[in-house]
Write a protein that binds this ligand. Structure first.
Ligand code: NAG
Ligand code: NAG
Length: 335
């Protein structure tokens, strides 16, 4: 009896496995390694920041996809944004010169524990030589540029910035911080530590990232254009994040999991939104539209409003060097 039952059972199992074989079992992706969260940067926003971190799931509710200033769909969601082309600009439904609530909202300002309601996007990339690059992407609905001789330049809707910690065989070895069209790289040992974690300082308005506090001038000679940073509210990405794996050979993203409130959101959102190649803000306005002006500054033409940025996929996630721009990437050994 027992023998017969076992035989029947194994026959049944065989039938089941044969029947199941054409169905591709979805492999559960690996979660974020604990060493990544233990070494996640702690970033100080500026004490008097006015354009705080934003949740991309909220941002997309306030934009329409446009090509050449004409809408191509009535709305977008994180689930269907990847169906849009690289020529698309996610364009504010509101006149940004009115600074609508979703742009000036303080809900993303981190609390005393470092918790922001705006999840950080973590992208993990395995590379040859035991390397794992952990990218921490910060999103803001608005970038308030800077003043040159009292004139405002470089504002745009949508702002993606990042830091990256490179791990070799699980140990942190280097730290990269994005700022404007470039960034800076340091050995992990050289970075300022807060509770043993690398520290970043985020410029007011532009949200450029720096490894040290104070004023950082860029792009123009004579300290004409400078970012201000200070030890304002700390933003701890480990408390609220959406995390993904990126496969550089196939250029595809898979969900690794979420932390904090984003752990629930990520289940319904999936990973496809990261494949969107378009811009996360308005296209640069024509002269006089929304008060647009442009001036020649040396060899550069600078405008009050520029175009919104591309997302994480366009930030050289497959880089071999630590820097986004790999040519001439130097890794500083002191701050
Ligand atoms: C995305 O989904 C929303 C809600 O279902 C829909 O209204 C919108 O047209 C879709 N957009 C695109 C680009 O498919
Ligand atoms: C990632 O892919 C790009 C494009 O195929 C390639 O040039 C680059 O070397 C890859 N990166 C790594 C770390 O293998």
């Amino acid at each position: 009896m027992v023998g017969f039952a076992l035989q029947a059972l194994s026959a049944l199992l065989l039938t089941l496995s044969v029947a199941a074989s054409p169905v591709r079992v979805k492999k559960r992706a690996d979660p974020v390694p604990s060493f990544v969260l233990a070494n996640a940067p702690l970033a100080h926003l500026y004490s008097k920041e006015q354009w705080w971190p934003s949740d991309i799931s909220v941002h997309v509710q306030h934009v329409v996809p446009e090509v050449n200033f004409a809408s191509v769909a009535p709305s977008v969601t994180l689930q269907n944004i990847s169906s849009l082309g690289s020529d698309v600009f996610l364009t504010s439904k509101d006149d940004v010169t009115d600074q609508p609530d979703w742009i000036t909202s303080v809900v993303g300002k981190p609390d005393a524990d470092g918790l922001s309601s705006a999840p950080v996007t973590i992208v993990l990339v395995n590379k040859p030589g035991g390397i794992l690059d952990a990218f921490f992407f910060y999103f803001y609905s608005y970038d308030h540029g800077g003043k040159v001789l009292g004139i405002e330049f470089g504002d745009h809707v949508g702002d993606w910035e990042h830091t990256m910690v490179r791990f070799t065989n699980g140990a942190p070895t280097a730290f990269y911080l994005s700022a404007h069209s470039g960034g800076s790289a340091y050995t992990f040992a050289a970075t300022e530590k807060t509770n043993g974690r690398p520290t970043a300082y985020i410029g007011v308005g532009t949200h450029a990232n720096y490894a040290s506090s104070g004023q950082h001038c860029h792009d123009l000679p004579g300290d004409l254009l400078c970012d201000q940073t200070d030890a304002g509210p700390i933003w701890d990405p480990a408390l609220n994040y959406r995390a993904f794996w990126f496969d550089n050979s196939t250029q595809t993203f898979t969900v690794a999991g979420g932390g904090g409130a984003a752990a629930n959101e990520i289940r319904s959102e999936g990973a496809s939104w990261l494949s969107f190649q378009g811009k996360w803000g308005d296209e640069q306005y024509d002269f006089l539209e929304h008060g647009q002006y442009c001036l020649e500054l040396g060899s550069l033409e600078e405008c009050r409003f520029s175009s919104g940025p591309t997302g994480p996929i366009a930030k050289n996630l497959g880089r071999t060097a630590v820097c986004q721009k790999e040519d001439g990437c130097t890794i500083a050994t002191s701050l």
